[in-house]
Design a protein around this ligand. Structure first.
Ligand code: LAN
Length: 729
């Protein structure tokens, strides 16, 4: 029987069950590496009971008692902490689902399928459940992200995933999704990345994929558009894409693949004019249409260069160098890779070159599990291998802002968090830093963990602040000595851009004009690093805090860095008074950071026109009930847009923090917002999930579930410090 389900699932078809037994899932935290285990064996399940964190992630009842009702904001922080404390994982950090984007699970599942990796029945089952739960209720399709409208990108890829994990094509939900896909034009109307995956899978012909020449990697470094200058995520995706495009590599044909050729297209597969559809795309997916320049380049590459001038020795050299770069990434991340797109793509490249049995392929497959998460709706893929260092830093700061770091009640929790950050500091630069185009990272922290090991300016900063705060609190040990703190500072100081601002992983290596070459269609602001008020503020506040405690170390440079950074923040303010956010939604998020930057040099509502305009902008958006509620569309359009479902706790906390940082003199609006946050707190101390909080590349939203704890607690704590006598209730 040529039915590929055997190799995909190692189980006959009917074993794709309704639902797994949720009492059998456990999250294993191995020094900040997350993997979900399904304990089929009763004995094993008994020996390893579910923790509160497991149950919480899985949406199971925790059975926690009601806490005494908060009589003031500080009580509310304490109640919040006593809940949040239960979610701390054994290694000392806070983890969570990090979903939102709907193109990540397809990367993982297609990479498993084409590398003939067995997909256990409990994974397959929960992948099916997640995708069914997230199908758009009206049309049965999927969008770019969980809150987005149905697109070809989301629908073609997630439909494919469902088929690969064993769902029947005639399942009613599949029939509905397929009808929607066809009404949008079918797979020929998909954006570049989807066409690339379908070509790898052998469902589409490679001619439908716009050129991704690995030869670009051979360009000398001085060339203004050489790939080493691109934003790290796009160049790490371009790398494996270019290798497989060059080889026109395709998976072994299976029944499901043959069937998908019929299901995904409106046209008869044999008659499709592949090359003619390279630029076909549904308007809904075409968020960032390709420029005339890129279209011209693509045409020349496809019609002149490839057939006439593309020569074997150069192709070989380019492919070899691309693989070498992938190997360096293997070494630097122990085969984890930067994130959930490049990781699965690299896995396929290594498999295509070396077959199934090399160490690198096996290790990639093992590590792919670290991108997965199980929740009440099923199994999904996270945007990175977690949010470990980032959320842990904010948790510590929330306690600090409430003035509770010295309270012995929270010491064990905080000590564990400090131990985690100690363990996760990156101690060395990567090998061959210059050759693989990496940024200095010694002394840094990554967003997730040190295995991933990519320093980000604000992740280093938030972690460093948290370490300094705790280590300077009586009763906490000095786990990270001065030299290691200096290492972090030395690395941070490499992050300033000529304008004074900071970017994310690296200072920009080319200008925004590079967006002219953005081929991804579904994302904006992806080709290079930009300047971010969020990252800039984090670095400013970290350097300032450091300078307070070590006034001698590189003092003049720090002073100059901070001055220039805050001046840049001022120039980045929009005429309406707000700042545009790139990593959280949207003006509310970035305005919080910008006002914090201003406050760090003593500029507040009373003495700074920038701070005043920032406050007035936020106040003009406060709702009747005291809350704020910006909608994700603001990230796409660049205009503040209200969320139709009303005030959001996280958004409200951001706005309140901003106003308090700026020392806004009238407590009334702040009080109203604080009351809203307190009213939304549940009797057990938690807050419930509301609308999605984060964003990247303008168009794709991503969840930050721990923000509903850390930011409300920070806002409440700051209020309690600012207005110690105001009980609010
Ligand atoms: C992240 C997550 C964290 C985020 C902050 C630290 C919050 C930000 O201040 C700086 C940028 C950073 C590190 C960031 C960059 C882009 C990421 C890695 C993500 C949003 C998580 C997922 C996303 C990544 C690009 C997803 C894969 C998609 C591609 C387009 C390659």
């Amino acid at each position: 029987n040529a039915d590929d389900l055997d190799h995909a699932t190692k189980r006959p078809r009917p074993e794709l069950v309704d639902r797994t037994d949720y009492s059998r899932w456990r999250m294993r935290d191995d020094h900040g590496r997350h993997t979900w285990q399904y304990l089929e064996d009763d004995e094993a399940a008994k020996e390893w009971p579910q923790t509160y964190a497991d149950k919480y992630f899985l949406g199971q009842p925790l059975g926690l008692p009601d806490l005494p009702k908060a009589k003031n904001p500080l009580d509310a922080v304490r109640n919040g902490l006593s809940f949040f404390e239960k979610l701390q994982l054994p290694s000392g950090h806070w983890g969570c689902e990090y979903g939102g984007p709907m193109f990540l699970l397809p990367c993982v599942v297609i990479s498993w399928y084409v590398t003939k990796t067995p997909i256990p029945w409990y994974y397959a089952t929960e992948i099916k459940n997640y995708l069914f739960a997230r199908a758009h209720p009206d049309d049965g399709g999927w969008g770019l992200h969980i809150e987005g409208e149905t697109s070809v990108f989301g629908t073609v890829l997630n439909y494919t995933v469902l088929r690969l994990v064993g769902v029947d094509a005639d399942h009613p939900k599949m029939v509905k999704a397929r009808a929607t896909l066809h009404s949008l034009g079918g797979a020929t109307h998909a954006p570049h990345w989807a066409k690339w995956w379908l070509a790898v899978l052998g469902v589409a012909n490679w001619d439908i994929v716009n050129p991704v020449p690995p030869e670009l990697w051979l360009l000398p470094d001085w060339i203004p558009f050489a790939p080493w200058r691109w934003w790290i995520h796009i160049r790490q995706v371009f790398l494996p894409m270019s290798y497989l495009w060059s080889r026109r590599w395709q998976a072994e044909e299976t029944d499901t693949i043959r069937s998908l050729r019929k299901e995904l297209f409106v046209e008869d597969w044999k008659d499709i004019k592949w090359a003619a559809h390279r630029n076909t795309i549904h308007p809904r997916d075409n968020y960032h249409p390709k420029t005339w320049l890129l279209n011209l380049i693509n045409w020349l590459l496809a019609n002149i260069w490839k057939p006439i001038f593309r020569v074997k020795p150069v192709v070989d050299k380019a492919e070899a160098w691309a693989l070498k770069l992938i190997e360096m990434e293997n070494d630097n991340t122990d085969c984890l890779d930067l994130a959930t797109v490049s990781g699965p793509m690299n896995t396929v490249c290594l498999y295509a070159r070396e077959g199934p049995d090399t160490y690198a392929v096996r290790r990639h497959k093992e590590r792919s599990h670290e991108f997965l998460w199980v929740k009440d709706e099923g199994l999904l893929a996270n945007g990175t291998n977690g949010v470990q260092c980032w959320d842990t830093a904010f948790a510590i700061q929330a306690v600090m802002d409430a003035g509770l770091t010295e309270d012995p009640r929270w010491r064990p929790m905080l000590l564990k968090a400090l131990e985690f950050l100690d363990d996760q500091q990156i101690r060395e630069n990567v090998k061959d830093q210059g050759i693989c185009y990496r940024q200095q990272r010694k002394g840094a922290w990554a967003f997730s963990n040190k295995d991933q090991g990519y320093a980000v300016s604000d992740c280093v900063s938030e972690a460093l602040k948290s370490v300094i705060i705790l280590q300077k609190t009586p009763g906490f040990p000095t786990l990270i000595d001065d030299q290691r703190i200096f290492d972090a500072i030395d690395t941070l100081l490499t992050y300033q851009n000529p304008s004074g601002s900071c970017s994310s992983y690296e200072p920009p290596r080319a200008g925004p004009w590079m967006e002219m070459l953005n081929a991804a269609e579904v994302f904006g602001r992806i080709m290079v690093e930009y300047e971010y008020p969020e990252c800039t503020t984090a670095v400013v506040t970290a350097l300032s805090l450091f300078h307070k405690h070590w006034p001698e170390h590189r003092a003049a440079e720090i002073q100059r860095f901070v001055d220039r950074a805050v001046s840049w923040i001022k120039t980045n303010q929009r005429p309406h008074g707000g700042w545009y956010g790139s990593w959280g939604i949207c003006f509310t998020y970035a305005t919080m950071f910008a006002l914090e930057s201003l406050a760090s040099i003593g500029e507040t509502y009373e003495n700074s026109s920038h701070a005043r305009r920032g406050c007035e902008f936020l106040l003009s958006k406060q709702r009747e009930d005291g809350g704020w509620s910006e909608h994700y569309k603001a990230c796409e359009t660049g205009e503040y847009i209200e969320h139709p479902s009303g005030s959001q706790v996280v958004m409200t906390a951001w706005a309140l923090i901003a106003l308090m940082k700026a020392d806004y003199p009238d407590p009334e609006p702040i009080r109203k917002g604080i009351k809203l946050i307190m009213d939304r707190q549940q009797p057990n101390g938690e807050w419930l999930q509301e609308a999605i909080e984060g964003v990247f590349n303008k168009s794709c939203m991503i969840s930050y579930p721990n923000y509903k704890f850390t930011f409300p607690m920070k806002a409440l704590g700051m209020f309690a410090k600012h207005y110690p006598d105001d009980t609010v209730v």
